[in-house]
Design a protein around this ligand. Structure first.
Ligand code: AMP
Length: 370
């Protein structure tokens, strides 16, 4: 398999074990040549370098000592810049040739720390060997003596390197994939047919359908705290407060980390929900591809909703004043989202009057372009 999943992220194979071995063999013979009769002490920086160090010393042709120190600087996928103190060096290194074995050097923060620590140790010489080097993000004026492979600024795991603890055991190097989702806001006033259409389109396009109205109704049915809170608003046809709705939406998205994308139905309904959605998706390297709106005149919709109320069991469908209030909420708070997405060239209006199949057809021709 070329791709793997660690925690909630996907990684694809990037550098093979074979290519790593070739790079290490080359480094080891270069170091051996430079050392001549000198017996160096190799110091591996844990945890990441354990595998590199093991393979490096096996490829090293000559006498050498091997030791490890700990100096962790990573948590998550960004360099935190917080470098800890060195622990575990017991050897007397005064007057010796020390060669640091690093798994990866990116910004150079760790490297700087190493230089600072060893500067006072009266070494004969200090050299740095790193298996991977990211020249694009290296920000220090520090010398690196041996580089195995220079790579672009991608987050990598495997061969000793981890993502939040996982992946160190992999023989190959993997890189983070940012697989692009297709995220569509299916828009339109109450009763426009969003739910019906989303049901068909989610299968056709292999997307996850999230209807905030359905999630609220599910919570009401199961009498959860969220359901109890939402009920008081929904029964009147008012919108549930943004904060509650946004948190709920995020939780629904998080439940589907493997999704190819989402059809958002009934969300966003206010500008602050739209902004929160954009920010949330951006954090994930994703975005909204488009808002696809079912355009239907209000008069037609009231009749439709009252008819639906005969069978849907929804209290908010059964009373014309509640329906009118939902339209009022739509007009005052939600319809402005047309401009929000139109300003980003992401608004696509579709005539919502016709048979279910006809409308699916019209929506599909927009979905196909997104
Ligand atoms: P729907 O099933 O989409 O017609 O939603 C039914 C009701 O659920 C709405 O009238 C609101 O009370 C509530 N609701 C659903 N989605 C949202 C949302 N995005 N923001 C606030 N309230 C919502």
């Amino acid at each position: 398999m070329g791709t793997i999943k660690l925690h909630n992220k996907h990684f694809k194979k990037y550098i093979s074990a074979k290519k790593i071995k070739i790079a290490i063999d080359k480094m080891a013979s270069l170091v051996a040549k430079d050392c001549g009769d000198e017996v160096p002490i190799f110091i591996g920086i844990l945890n990441g370098s354990f595998m590199f160090a093991a393979d490096f010393v096996r490829a090293y042709n000559g006498n050498c000592e091997m030791s490890f120190v700990k100096l962790a600087s990573y948590s998550g996928t960004d360099s935190t810049g917080n470098v800890k103190q060195l622990v575990g060096l017991n050897e007397d290194i005064e007057g010796r040739t020390v060669i640091i074995l690093e798994d990866i050097i990116d910004t150079g923060t760790t490297l700087e720390e190493i230089y600072n620590i060893f500067r006072h140790r009266k070494l004969k010489q200090l050299k740095i060997a790193t298996l991977f080097f990211k020249p694009d993000v290296f920000r220090k004026e520090l010398h690196i003596d041996y580089i195995g492979l220079s790579i672009p600024d991608k987050f990598i795991v495997g061969y000793g390197l981890d993502y939040n603890g996982l992946g160190r055991n992999l023989a190959d190097i993997y890189q983070l994939t940012t697989h692009k989702m297709t995220n569509i806001v299916l828009f339109g006033p109450p009763g426009a047919g969003k739910g019906t259409q989303a049901d068909v389109l989610k299968d056709k396009y292999n997307l996850v359908h999230i209807s905030t109205g359905d999630v609220f109704r599910y919570n009401i049915k199961n009498q959860t705290d969220l359901g109890k809170l939402a009920k008081s608003y929904m029964d009147k046809g008012d919108l549930v407060p943004d904060e509650v709705t946004i948190d709920m939406l995020k939780a629904e998205v998080e439940k589907n980390v493997d999704a190819n994308g989402f059809i958002f139905d009934g969300f966003p309904r206010t500008e602050s929900q739209a902004k929160a959605l954009d920010a949330f998706l951006e954090e994930k390297g994703q975005s909204i591809n488009g808002m696809v709106a079912l355009e239907v005149a209000e008069d037609l919709l009231v009749a439709r909703l009252l008819k639906r109320g005969e069978t849907s069991g929804r209290p908010d469908d059964q009373d014309e004043s509640k329906i009118r209030n939902r339209f009022n909420e739509y007009e005052t708070k939600t319809s402005i989202l047309k401009n929000y997405y139109a300003d980003q060239n992401k608004y696509f209006g579709v005539d919502g009057v016709g048979s279910i199949e006809e409308i699916t057809e019209r929506l599909s021709s927009v979905f196909d372009t997104l």
